[in-house]
Design a protein around this ligand. Structure first.
Ligand code: MG
Length: 355
């Protein structure tokens, strides 16, 4: 892509206007966040500002440690492509991003940050909100869950009380304390629950017993009960499970979906995992075509990445788009949640405003 500018294919005036700013933003967490994978008080995400024709699109990607990504490595990997991105014809964005994705290995959070920034720019330049660009009705946006991380029963109960405005909760499990966690939640609320084991169960016989117990406790579905690599065991589980089984860590790209359809009932799509809006849209359409349930999830991030996902949410069955609600220093205001309903901003592109 650098060669496009070097070959003189781009008018100099366009090149002068183009700018790609890549920065790392440290987001502070309201509560220490614990899953089976990690525990922390802050998260660093990658923010990209893409400026053309005097209009700036904003994007964000949250690097996922499981896939050996970090904000620093994403920034470093993306920088060599900045000149090519801001000199290519902005209306050839699909071709330009496809070339970038082929040339930049891994680093899906960086890819997501660029993809979202470019699509925000496209929406702003066309003066339409992204949900309209995709032909979606914002009133079809599903309810979002609010996630409760793994903690002691006392703190779990306190978090569930604080989540009172949300009609559905997502509970993280995957440790020996799972039954105590659900029992603590049930002491406080009778709301529907969705449960995420984050690959925490490795024995299929034990997993089916846990699922039977969860089904009796008002749980709607179980997300990634077993490790992503245990596809055969997950198929065995799916054949016996009363609850739908949703893939998360197992689903990365569109090409993964046909084989996952043999072992799961649905897929959790995250822009940070797949590289942004374009690939997320393709995954959702492929999954729907194969009869799978679809879900949009997110990482802990600011309103940039969460709002981007929310613009696609009218397409999906389930949403877990609460990552921006878990931080105390969000630089932007975008999608809002009213009694669990996602309310999409109506401004052009992502529709972000300063916080
Ligand atoms: Mg998950």
């Amino acid at each position: 892509m650098k060669t496009m500018a070097a070959a003189g294919l781009v008018p100099a005036a366009l090149a002068e206007d183009g700018k790609l700013d890549i920065r790392i933003v440290r987001l502070k967490l309201r509560h220490t966040w614990t899953t089976t994978m990690s525990s922390s008080d802050y998260r660093d995400t990658l923010h990209v500002h893409y400026t053309r024709d005097g209009i700036t699109g904003i994007g964000e990607g949250a690097p996922i440690a499981r896939y050996k990504e970090s904000a620093a490595s994403g920034k470093q990997a993306l920088e060599p492509f900045a000149a090519g991105l801001v000199t290519a014809d902005p209306w050839h964005f699909d071709k330009t991003l496809t070339e970038l994705f082929a040339a930049l290995k891994g680093n899906y959070a960086a890819k997501a940050a660029v993809d979202i920034a470019v699509m925000d720019w496209v929406g702003r330049r066309l003066d339409v909100p992204l949900y309209r660009y995709y032909g979606l009705d914002p009133k079809d946006a599903p309810l979002t869950t609010f996630s409760i991380g793994i903690d002691t029963p006392e703190i779990t109960k306190q978090k569930v009380r604080e989540a009172a405005p949300f009609p559905i909760l997502k509970i993280k499990v995957g440790l020996d304390s799972d039954e105590a966690t659900i029992a603590a939640v049930r002491e406080v609320t009778g709301k529907p629950l969705r449960v995420d084991a984050n690959e925490g169960w490795t024995d299929k016989e034990a997993a089916i017993r846990k699922i039977e117990w969860l089904a009796k406790n008002g749980v709607e579905f179980i997300e990634q009960p077993m490790p992503a690599a245990m596809l055969e065991e997950t198929r065995w589980l799916r054949d016996r499970s009363e609850l739908p089984i949703i893939a998360d860590e197992a689903v990365l790209r569109t090409a993964d979906i046909p084989k996952l359809a043999e072992a799961y009932d649905g897929v959790n799509v995250k822009l940070d995992k797949c590289g942004g809006l374009r690939e997320a849209y393709r995954i959702i359409q492929m999954a729907r075509a194969l009869g799978l349930k679809t879900m949009l999830g997110c990482m802990i991030s600011s309103s940039v990445a969460v709002t981007a996902a929310a613009h696609l949410s009218p397409l999906v069955d389930y949403a877990d788009l609460d990552g921006n609600l878990l931080i105390s220093n969000d630089p932007y205001r975008g999608v809002l949640v009213e009694d669990g309903t996602l309310v999409l901003p109506t401004g052009p592109g992502l529709g972000l405003e300063p916080a």
